[in-house]
Design a protein around this ligand. Structure first.
Ligand code: B12
Ligand code: SF4
Length: 443
């Protein structure tokens, strides 16, 4: 038996390779490969860097589906199903929208694959795939099999999973729905094993909120400290109130931490159920504490809440420039399916598309709903302008020199490559139809 894994891209433009996202090794596929019995042959197409071979000789196609990639996943699936090859789908979108997904494939795995994968493979062997499998939700004792990446060029950073889910319940977030506002820590022994097996010294610790459980986080940081690695990860601003935690993070090798500031506006934070960011106190002081601990910040913002207008975006931009963040994302709000945000906007009759992720005419970088104080076009443009300004030559220079000494030489080097590249990519990504590959599917 042979299984073909596919990770779909968001969309491609004629003459360009992809809507650029960071090309890190996709851990999801390495986990699925590890779960697959040894006697099953496997191959993998990463659509972000190559086209799937639609003529490949295979018995089963397994596609991981995110909301942004749903449209393209369904198109890719159709090409294989035309040949009579069964397609199984799983992942975030498949889990939160199984009724939609199952219209485009033969079988859907809802939740995490670990508890049902062996059964699904065995059913596929005998031609008895079920329409739906219900997987668990949590972390499981699996060591990803990264041999599936052989021959692919990814960034020289290892992804190691440290936990799944988050204890918060932000209105717009898919994770809080998928993991039901719960955090699941992964075994520290397995994390240590994964780190030790990596050919690289730089790591992205995959976690929705590394500091969700303080006790677990402190124990993890202590455990990995002797490994002398450098890492980046994702957490919440609450860490800034905890000097002991910050110190342990830095000692364990933390260089950059992604923090979702989302908004500087109290009313917006209340509406998105992220008031805890406000309640923590003066954000200038909190940022200073993280920086003083020697940790760089990747700050993320989201715009489109009811109190947002061009002024709040400009305010976030100024805040980011003032603090010389390592990098920052100025995203527009997107109602992901099955989130409370999606339900609220639908009830308020503010959605421009019932399903933006499948709609003809929905392009990357565009709004899919009507904000209160600003038009969708103005908001999209204001986010684009903030990204441009934040990656302009002068701003990058000043941020680059500010992070000198805060990060290791390699990450300082990466800073220039990354930040200057982001500036160049802003316009190339804008308004590209999602789900399309104009070369492969000519209109
Ligand atoms: C690392 C990461 C990234 C990396 C990508 C690295 C890479 N090469 O994969 C970077 C930083 C580039 C990134 C970018 C983006 N990301 Co991201 N990312 C993540 C993160 C934190 C971890 C993904 C991961 O590796 N998980 C570990 C693996 C083992 O778990 P898993 O993928 O869930 O897989 C399990 C199950 O879902 C299921 N499963 C998954 N696929 C399949 C397939 C089959 C066939 C089966 C049976 C089962 C199955 O079984 C697996 C094993 O248990 C997740 C959040 C999270 N906790 O997972 C967000 C997440 C996936 N990202 C998200 C988003 C929105 C984005 C961006 C669009 C952000 C932006 N505005 O630009 C971009 C673009 C993504 C793209 N498709 O190109 C959302 C997706 C939401 C949604 N509804 O689809 C998530 C869930 C975060 C969130 N808070 O909502 N991301
Ligand atoms: S803190 Fe971050 S990961 Fe947690 S629910 Fe909010 S947005 Fe999602």
């Amino acid at each position: 038996m042979k299984i073909t894994f596919i990770l779909p891209a968001i969309g491609k433009k004629r003459g360009q390779k992809y809507i650029g996202t960071w090309k890190m090794e996709p851990l999801t596929i390495a986990v699925l490969k590890a779960l697959t019995p040894d006697d099953v042959e496997t191959e993998f197409f990463d659509d972000r860097i190559e086209l799937p071979d639609y003529e490949t000789k295979t018995d089963l196609v397994c596609i991981t589906v995110e909301t942004y990639t749903a449209k393209r996943s369904y198109r890719i699936a159709a090409r294989f199903r035309e040949r009579g090859i069964p397609v199984v789908m799983g992942g975030y979108h498949a889990t939160i929208c199984p009724e939609e997904t199952e219209q485009f494939c033969d079988s859907v795995i809802v939740g995490n694959a670990e508890t049902v994968w062996t059964q699904m493979v065995s059913d596929a062997r005998t031609g008895q795939l079920k329409k739906r499998y219900k997987g668990g939700i949590g972390t499981y004792g699996v060591t990803p099999d990264k041999s599936i990446f052989t021959g692919k060029k990814y960034l020289p950073v290892s992804l190691v999973e440290t936990g799944r889910g988050c204890n918060h319940n932000c209105e717009f977030c898919s994770i809080s729905r998928f993991y039901d506002s719960r955090y699941h820590a992964r075994s520290h022994a397995l994390i240590e094993e994964d780190i030790a097996a990596s050919p690289y010294k730089y790591f992205f610790l995959v976690d929705d909120n590394l500091v969700a459980n303080r006790k677990n986080a402190l124990a993890l940081f202590k455990r990995i400290e002797p490994l002398h690695i450098k890492w980046a990860g994702q957490g919440t601003l609450s860490m800034a109130k905890d000097p002991e935690l910050l110190k342990a993070m830095k000692k364990s090798g933390c260089e950059i931490i992604l923090i979702g500031f989302e908004s500087l506006d109290k009313e917006n934070l209340r509406q998105m159920n992220k008031s805890f960011n406000y309640a923590l106190g003066e954000r200038d002081e909190l940022v200073k504490r993280v920086h003083d601990a020697g940790i760089g910040i990747y700050a993320t913002f989201v715009f489109g809440y009811d109190n947002d207008d061009e002024g709040t975006i400009a305010q976030a931009l100024e805040f980011s420039k003032k603090h010389n963040f390592y990098t920052a994302a100025f995203n527009h709000l997107l109602p992901f399916p099955n989130t409370r945000l999606y339900d609220r906007l639908r009830n308020e009759d503010r959605l421009l598309y019932d399903k933006w992720w499948l709609a003809d005419g929905y392009n990357y970088g565009e709004l899919s709903f009507v904000p209160k104080k600003i038009s969708p076009e103005q908001l999209s443009k204001a986010c684009r302008d903030a990204r441009k300004e934040f990656s302009s030559f002068g701003t990058v220079m000043s941020r680059g020199f500010a992070s000198l000494g805060r990060t290791s030489p390699l990450l300082w080097g990466l800073f220039w490559g990354m930040n200057l590249r982001i500036g160049g990519e802003v316009d190339r990504k804008m308004n590209v139809p999602i789900g399309e590959n104009l070369d492969e599917f000519p209109k």
